[in-house]
Design a protein. Structure first.
Length: 283
């Protein structure tokens, strides 16, 4: 519920029951919502088995993990493994408002470790990344029984995790060859239009194709080509909702020479078509 100024007045929790398609997807949405912590209120300490991603909207938060205290500012993302002891609440004289989602799925535990989240749970992505839209999209999908809801939530989460990994300096530090994999991921992000091959990437990393494949998947939870596809679709989503550029031009700028191939990949990863997504956002 919001007041006349558009501020959140009450918490809202939206539970989601994953459908039959969820088992084939890497990330499963469990719950999402709008959070409000008031000054002086008892901190949240609930223990689950989910990974929780939280986007601070307003006010200031305070989180305790492993004896360390972190202050959460608006625009920052907090990642919690709620199977471990933690506490979070408002800090200062103003209410702390945030969006959040609870997730389970393959690769989350590994990525949590590789990005050193237990010691560095806060992420400060570049302002160009509209993460509030992503969080609100996931909240809107929570509780949605439609067959495509899980696919769309999975695509949104994958795009969000890619942004968080990119925001972390040396984020893939858990592996001996992590700097190579971080560099490969950055090269892919910087040149989405290039027709990358595994062989190209292997040469740049100084590895065999099979070595690169295994190292990249261990570091990111995804194969190099799947990662590239997710990055391309994430950029396409941003352009579709932030510009009026033709769909064909957006496809080309995101590395798709064939608009049909672009539409097929887009629907597979987001659960909707480029045209329908644009229409739903008013562009």
């Amino acid at each position: 519920m919001v007041n006349a100024r558009g501020d959140l007045e009450h918490e809202e929790i939206l539970f989601h029951t994953p459908g039959r398609l969820a088992g084939a997807l890497p990330y499963a949405l469990q719950v999402a919502g709008l959070g409000l912590a008031r000054p002086g209120q008892e901190p949240v300490r609930k223990r689950y088995h989910d990974h929780v991603l939280l986007l601070a909207l307003a006010g200031q938060g305070r989180v305790e993990i492993g004896g360390a205290v972190h202050v959460v500012e608006p625009g920052q993302v907090l990642w919690l493994d709620t199977s471990r002891p933690y506490a979070h609440g408002a800090s200062g004289a103003e209410p702390w408002r945030y969006l959040w989602m609870g997730l389970r799925g393959t690769g989350l535990d590994a990525l949590y470790g590789l990005l050193d989240v237990s010691r560095r749970p806060l992420f400060g992505p570049e302002p160009a990344h509209d993460l509030e839209t992503v969080f609100r999209e996931v909240c809107a999908l929570a509780g949605n029984p439609a067959p495509e809801a899980d696919a769309r939530a999975n695509a949104a989460v994958a795009a969000l995790l890619a942004v968080l990994a990119g925001a972390r300096d040396g984020g893939l530090s858990g592996l001996q060859d992590s700097s190579q994999m971080a560099r490969i991921a950055e090269l892919l992000r910087q040149d989405l239009t290039r027709a990358w091959t595994i062989e190209d990437l292997a040469r740049l990393a100084g590895l065999s194709a099979s070595q690169l494949f295994r190292a990249f998947k261990a570091a990111s939870g995804s194969t190099p080509m799947s990662y590239l596809r997710q990055e391309r679709i994430a950029e396409a989503r941003r352009l579709l909702t932030k510009t009026t550029d033709p769909v064909g031009e957006i496809a080309r700028r995101c590395g798709y020479a064939d608009p049909y191939h672009f539409s097929r990949d887009f629907r597979r990863l987001t659960g909707t078509t480029p045209t329908l997504l644009r229409r739903s956002t008013g562009f």
